[in-house]
Design a protein around this ligand. Structure first.
Ligand SMILES: Nc1nc2c(c(=O)[nH]1)N[C@H]1C(S)=C(S)[C@@H](COP(=O)(O)O)O[C@H]1N2
Ligand SMILES: [Mo]
Length: 508
């Protein structure tokens, strides 16, 4: 009722514009809350630009950037997206001309004022008083510390995830950023210690880049919960993102600062008895990786100071982050202040506690964990072969008369292995179509650190559509049909077939 009345209002207002009258007083006023309900899920799709409200229901499918993208702004402002897709603000494009016919209202003046002034005062003693601003398209699981998913529809398209849309996974408040002045040290167990600044790093070593997809081990944990409750944030498939990182190879810095013979840092580190490289961070978190990964040429580990061509933003570890391609997100330590060659793994919960340990499926309850020495279990490093849908989204409507559906997504091999095949099924895995592999195929052998994107046109019958997919990497690693086979109480490394059930309907 309410919606249809509003739709009538929308038509009336459109007529006003068509009649050449564009005085803003002619438009009804809507609050931000009212607008947020027009999110296209059950009826109209509205967006705002500045203080103007538009009904874009009809325009969604005609959007040059694709329907999925514009839907991200449904019920909200388009401006945060236009900061990323700047072509909307190009003076050569008369955006007002496109928008004007869709105008249905004006945003409530006090809501508009609140959004433009953005003064969120925080108390002096609030540890979260200095959190960075975050993009509204992120799906926030917890605000403090921030745990937020990237918009799944954006993953893989564009290939490099826009920095503002990257997933955020923090365990603590975000430290302040002292930029090039930030100091860090490189040390060994037997007392050698050299300290330098980010400015020194930039000045003394040449810059290299690595393109890598990062994924939290908890990515897709939410999908595991159907098979039994797990502990931790119930992520969908948006705890993954891809960036081009720039900085200095870790082995170059370590060799230069610690060893006389600069040609073989791995051999030199092992001769010292070092087995792990520990990264200690400013937020009191630490994690480590085996020396073989950290210091070999094929590991591509990096001390990074740039992300997608800009200084790394605070949320993602700026000014200095360890990049460990092909390893779980948690080993890619942010805000690094110490790099330590050590005979032991890092101390602390992220390395030795239960947070990131591989556990068997038969440990199902808290009682099962009693008396377990977690430090004796292997720490999770590499992740298994994985794939996910970027579109359609579960629950999306597919017209009843369509006989196929276009499916898109990404796939990532385990530990740098190339993806060589992705298959998609629209009947829950009875029949399969091979997807076209798109970007990401030209990565070096054994060092395919970033995802491969894919798309497939999958035939559908008249009945229900249950999309599932599975990716294969060159190691032959398989994705299990359901989470049951890989279930673990911490909900880690869920790489079961992604599932998206679509609704068939007459009126899309
Ligand atoms: N210092 C520090 N590094 C950290 C974390 C953290 O809380 N503190 N979180 C880790 C985890 S669990 C993940 S999945 C990734 C997330 O990186 P992102 O927030 O840039 O996506 O950072 C890792 N590095
Ligand atoms: Mo993580």
């Amino acid at each position: 009722m309410l919606l249809s009345a509003l739709r009538r209002g929308a038509i009336r207002a459109t007529c006003v514009v068509a009649g050449g009258v564009s005085l803003s007083e002619e438009y009804p006023v809507f609050t931000r809350e009212e607008i947020s309900k027009r999110d296209g899920k059950r009826g109209a799709t509205w967006v705002t630009y500045k203080d103007q409200v538009y009904d874009i229901t009809e325009f969604v499918n005609a959007h040059p950037g694709g329907a999925q993208k514009i839907k991200l702004a449904a019920g909200a402002s388009v401006e945060p997206f236009w900061r990323i897709y700047k072509q909307h603000l190009d003076p050569a494009v008369d955006i007002q001309e496109i928008l004007a016919p869709m105008r249905v209202g004006t945003l409530d003046a006090s809501d508009f004022a609140k959004e433009t002034t953005m003064t969120k005062e925080k108390k002096e003693d609030d540890p979260y008083r200095d959190e960075p601003e975050r993009h509204p398209a992120l799906t926030v699981h917890t605000a403090e510390p921030c745990n937020a998913e990237a918009p799944v529809a954006m993953l893989g398209d564009p290939y490099i995830t826009p920095t503002e849309l990257w997933y955020v996974r923090n365990h603590h408040p975000v430290p302040l950023d002292d930029g090039d002045a930030h100091k860090f040290s490189v040390t060994t167990d037997n007392g050698a210690e050299v300290s330098l600044s980010v400015a020194d790093l930039k000045k003394n070593y040449s810059k290299t880049t690595v393109t890598a997809t990062m994924q939290c081990s908890g990515n897709r944990r939410g999908h595991m919960n159907q098979y039994g409750k797990t502990s931790g944030t119930a992520w969908g498939s948006g705890a993954a993102s891809t960036a081009e990182w720039a900085g200095v190879p870790l082995r170059v810095v370590v060799a230069d600062l610690l060893f006389k013979d600069k040609s073989a840092p791995l051999t030199a580190a092992k001769a010292l008895g070092a087995k792990h490289v520990i990264f200690e961070a400013k937020d009191d978190m630490q994690a480590s990786v085996p020396v073989e990964k950290a210091l070999s040429e094929l590991g591509d580990c990096m001390l990074a100071y740039e992300m997608n061509g800009q200084p790394i933003p605070r949320d993602h570890g700026g000014p200095l982050r360890a990049i460990v391609p092909g390893y779980a997100g948690v080993r890619n330590v942010k805000w690094v202040q110490r790099v330590k060659l050590s005979s032991d793994e890092a101390e602390g919960a992220w390395q030795r506690g239960m947070n990131y340990k591989a556990m068997p499926s038969h440990w199902r309850t808290k009682q099962d964990l009693q008396g377990v020495d977690f430090s004796a279990l292997p720490s999770i490093h590499e992740l298994p072969v994985q794939c996910a849908f970027s579109s359609p989204a579960p629950g999306d409507a597919l017209p009843i008369d369509e006989d196929s559906v276009e499916v898109k997504g990404w796939a990532l091999g385990s530990a740098g292995r190339s993806i060589h095949r992705v298959e998609v099924s629209a009947d829950g895995g009875e029949t399969w179509v091979e997807a076209d592999l798109e970007e990401g195929l030209d990565q070096p052998y054994g060092r395919a650190w970033a995802w491969t994107t894919w798309s497939a046109e999958v035939p559908v019958g008249e009945g229900p559509v249950e999309l599932v997919a599975r990716a294969h990497d060159l190691g032959g690693g398989a994705m299990p049909r359901t989470p049951a086979d890989v279930w673990n109480i911490r909900g880690l490394n869920n790489n079961s077939w992604p599932v998206a059930r679509l609704e068939r309907s007459n009126n899309v």
